[in-house]
Design a protein. Structure first.
Length: 239
């Protein structure tokens, strides 16, 4: 009995992804997405009261398949889906790629793409991340990055705290004392987006004696961080 339930659940998931793919084809780069062109300005209460998002085929299917109910959490989830589609649609028309993207969904099985994107969108908290995920996905469709690269950039995006990306984008080199923006810089360094330049030696030889600098004085020294190649690629993709 348990085995049958697992098989039925798996078949249901496959059927749901097939339906989403079928609905994505007419939705991607279509006029129906004009309905969400100002989605960023729409409050969650309005999304709850107004069912205009359900006029978009792929979102309507998401509501039906995953039984998305009428509460704040689910309204936020729908808004993230809509933000992703809005950014994807806007960029596709601006860069002239809409026909190529549409053909991509018409020609092949994209269940892997859809499943992974849905998982990420549900995990992200900020709506800005949904829009940035769209740009990462566009880079993949444009063959600027591989599928493994997409996963790396998307997972890194998930770890950003508010303001992290804005600082990364601000400039390629940062000069700062410990305590001034240190937490953000260290976090970006931990993600592999920045690297600290070791710009001065911390020891010297005096009369054949090895003398180390005072740790307290070292802490007061200015630190220099610069973007890694990975960091530059992230900024290039997200803009």
């Amino acid at each position: 009995m348990k085995g049958n339930l697992m098989v039925n659940a798996e078949e249901s998931t496959k059927a749901g992804l097939s339906r989403l793919q079928d609905d994505a084809r007419p939705t991607i780069c279509s006029d129906s997405l004009e309905l969400i062109s100002n989605i960023a300005e729409v409050g969650l209460d309005e999304i709850l009261q107004n069912e205009f998002l359900k006029d978009i085929p792929v979102i309507s299917s998401l509501v039906s398949i995953y039984k998305i109910g009428n509460n704040i959490h689910n309204a936020h989830l729908l808004k993230k889906y809509a933000c992703f589609l809005d950014e994807f649609n806007r960029d596709s028309f601006e860069n002239g790629s809409w026909n190529k993207y549409k053909q991509y969904f018409e020609e092949s099985n994209r269940k892997r793409d859809i499943e992974y994107l849905l998982i990420l969108l549900e995990r992200y908290i900020e709506e800005d991340k949904a829009r940035r995920l769209a740009k990462i996905y566009e880079a993949y469709l444009d063959k600027e990055i591989s599928w493994d690269d997409l996963r790396l950039f998307a997972e890194t995006l998930d770890r950003f705290l508010p303001g992290d990306y804005e600082m990364l984008r601000e400039k390629e080199t940062f000069q700062t004392l410990r305590g001034r923006d240190a937490e953000v810089l260290l976090r970006l360094t931990g993600l592999g987006l920045l690297i600290e330049d070791i710009h001065r030696q911390q020891w010297d030889v005096v009369d054949t004696t090895l003398i180390f600098d005072d740790p307290d004085e070292i802490e007061k020294e200015e630190r220099v961080y610069r973007r890694t190649e990975f960091g530059n690629r992230m900024v290039s993709i997200l803009g």
